[in-house]
Design a protein around this ligand. Sequence first.
Ligand SMILES: NC(=O)c1ccc[n+]([C@@H]2O[C@H](COP(=O)([O-])OP(=O)(O)OC[C@H]3O[C@@H](n4cnc5c(N)ncnc54)[C@H](O)[C@@H]3O)[C@@H](O)[C@H]2O)c1
Length: 363
Amino acid sequence: MIHPHAPKKLRIGIVGLGYWGPNLARVLNSLEDCVVTVLCDRDPERLQSFAQKYPMAHTSIDAAEIMTTEHVDAIIISTPTKTHFHLAQLALTNGIHTFVEKPLATSTAECDALINLADANNLKLFVGHVFLHSAPVEKLKEMVLNDEFGEIYYMSSTRLNLGPVRHDVSALWDLAPHDISIMLELMESSPVAVNCSGLAYLNPLNHDVCTLNIHFENNRMGIIHVSWLDPHKKREMTIVGSKKMAIYNDIESLEKIKIYDNGVEFEDLSHQDSTTYADFRVSYRYGDIHSPRINEVEPLKAELKDFIDCIIENKQPKTDGHNGRDVVQVLEAAERSLNQKLGDVPLASLLRADTVKEMKLVR
Ligand SMILES: NC(=O)c1ccc[n+]([C@@H]2O[C@H](COP(=O)([O-])OP(=O)(O)OC[C@H]3O[C@@H](n4cnc5c(N)ncnc54)[C@H](O)[C@@H]3O)[C@@H](O)[C@H]2O)c1
């Protein structure tokens, strides 16, 4: 369905042309239904050197100025995390569909304000949880929905590299949003509490290395280890289920997912009135390992295309403001656990009622 007021080519502005913004610009330039009309970075040199590639685009060092021009229908915000809320608020107030890079904002209160603003102005609010648009995660989701893993026990992930070190947020806020968004998507269960620890070496205000445990309903757990102070680039997630297990290695070029038909079974040898551990025989199943075929599309391309399609076809994005809020709520609770050494911090009812309902129907 084409929205009656949809323009022919969506005019897009990009705010923030540091490391990530140019990738967004490159991909947007390859999409048919949009045109990059505005470029903004508060660093004039950065703006000027990048703008040479886009001579037709209007440029500005002032985000407030571009939000009030006639040149944009939608804006992509790719600036440091602490600026997201202010810039997104400015865009939504000016009637502009808004894509915000992860994490959506620095608190759930900010997320709520953005969600309400988008709803009140009938605008799309989209968050850059790029892995939810990636073929490997979609494949894993399909396997979860088909019950191929059986009962999911836990997922663990590592996201390590040497840099880039952020100045405005910790490795938790910078790196873990990817893993949290994937786990919330795949776990099929609501998170109930988080526990986070970490250390700051380079800057006493920002943790460089963190481990986060997310406790989910149904005795499930997510374990996340992030660091920008590691010699080895690693982006790996393990899923352990009662029937099968999987390793998703995002750095692999061909076989990103490996499925292991492995498991542990207990054979009950007990007599009716005897139930000691010795009455059970443990047997290990080492079955086949296979790598499912994945039709890989560049996740960033799939993500930006979805943003544009959602605007043109007036659809609700999968990675909408609520999805952004779900991730920020976990981060906010993890930050409390980390800074105040609180141990387990409970989460309020995190997922939207409709998501939980969908899960119940599926199971
Ligand atoms: N999805 C991903 O895989 C991915 C990867 C990297 C970064 N990111 C996200 O992208 C965002 C940007 O990250 P980056 O690595 O490009 O950061 P960066 O620091 O390299 O670049 C940020 C740019 O924003 C500009 N800027 C800052 N405040 C501004 C303002 N108020 N108005 C206009 N310009 C402003 C800076 O001058 C800089 O050029 C972050 O939210 C980050 O989490 C996402």
